[in-house]
Design a protein around this ligand. Structure first.
Ligand SMILES: Nc1ncnc2c1ncn2[C@@H]1O[C@H](COP(=O)(O)OP(=O)(O)OP(=O)(O)O)[C@@H](O)[C@H]1O
Ligand SMILES: [Mg+2]
Length: 335
């Protein structure tokens, strides 16, 4: 059962230079209690999708098309009044700048109590009980509730932000780069904590990250994005063991030991195209060693290449050959 169905979503930003198509015809779904990883290079539209779902786009950003079906509603057309009822209550977001999301001049415990009371008609004492529960859930010592954020370590702040997201028991949590600001050891602890919470509580999660290894450890399904479009969308195992899209292959090449050591997303040579005046055809063609003339002329549709496995590539039928060549030295870096 789909909890959230994103259908042909388009999100555009008006800029001084023109309209940037930050999210262009994106379709995926998250099942109830399911985990989905959203992966791609910087600027490919990951945070924009998260903000669109939360209806928190900045003034120059607008949903230009598509649907976001959540339970029985289309989030795209909800009035702000109704948005306030699902945002945080049913869908919570741990934002990329989460560390700055805490109010520096209020005690952490107090902030959580206030957040509870802003959404629920509960007494101070009841809110305090819930605060203690979420502190416990994320592994924070309740004795630290009286501390100010600056007295917390980076990992503790991140736990506090996760506690805040869990507070109202949302059905879906969107975690946007929840660990990038932390050192590697603390990253691991936070990821372990998130995994443990996911198995204990029954909420669904969209995990946004550059770190493909984190997704491999945490998520059942994966969306690989590039320049506002989905390149590949499949179960995590399929993405790792039977990838179809050259972009996915390129990413994997950048991390030969992805299932083992944790590696940052080192990009494929070259840069993503302009989102304002994109070239015709496949947006990845410019950097793709397997591109053919058709790739520069026609945008490939996201097609089901195997059951529940989607790839947007004109060359899907040559996948065996492409996989083999992708592993050869010189295919990606041929200077
Ligand atoms: N407020 C804005 N106004 C104009 N353009 C924007 C705005 N916010 C984002 N963009 C553009 O939209 C595109 C997608 O941005 P987004 O923040 O969604 O990327 P991202 O995948 O989250 O990247 P990162 O991994 O760096 O966080 C980028 O080209 C970005 O420059
Ligand atoms: Mg982002």
């Amino acid at each position: 059962m789909a909890l959230l169905e994103i259908q042909n979503l388009r999100v555009y930003y008006e800029t001084r230079h023109g309209t940037a198509k930050a999210v262009d015809d994106v379709t995926f779904s998250v099942t109830s209690g399911g985990t989905l990883g959203l992966v791609g290079e910087s600027g490919c539209g990951k945070t924009t999708i998260a903000k669109a779902i939360m209806r928190l786009l900045p003034g120059n950003g607008k949903i230009a098309g598509g649907k976001m079906l959540f339970k029985d509603r289309d989030l795209v057309s909800l009035t702000m009044d109704k948005v306030r009822r699902y945002r945080w209550e049913e869908i919570a977001m741990i934002s990329q700048s989460a560390m700055n999301a805490l109010n520096p001049v209020a005690r952490v415990g107090h902030q959580i109590i206030e957040a509870m009371r802003a959404h629920r008609k509960v007494s101070q004492a009841e809110a305090r009980v819930r605060m203690a529960q979420v502190f416990d859930l994320v592994g924070l010592n309740i004795e630290r509730a009286r501390d100010y954020p600056h007295q917390f370590s980076g990992g503790m702040k991140q736990r506090a932000v996760i506690a805040m997201a869990l507070l109202l028991e949302p059905d879906l949590i969107i975690a946007d780069e929840p660990t990038t600001a932390l050192d590697v050891l603390v990253q691991d602890q936070i990821i372990l904590k998130i995994k443990e919470l996911l198995s204990r509580l029954n909420n669904a999660m969209i995990l946004i990250t550059h770190d493909i290894a984190v997704v491999a450890e945490t998520c059942e399904r994966m969306v690989i994005m590039y320049a506002g479009k989905i390149m590949e969308y499949a179960d995590t195992d399929a993405i790792f063991y039977h990838p179809y899209h050259p972009y996915t292959l390129g990413l994997q090449n950048a991390f030969p030991s992805v299932m083992g050591a944790r590696r940052e997303l080192i990009s494929i040579p070259g840069f993503p195209p302009s989102l304002i005046d994109p070239p015709p055809g496949c947006l990845f063609a410019e950097r793709c060693p397997f591109a053919e003339p058709l790739c520069r002329e026609q945008t490939p549709a996201l097609e089901e290449v195997e059951p529940a496995h989607f790839s947007a590539c004109h060359r899907a039928s040559a996948v065996e050959e492409i996989r083999a060549k992708s592993r050869e030295e010189g295919t990606w870096y041929n200077e």
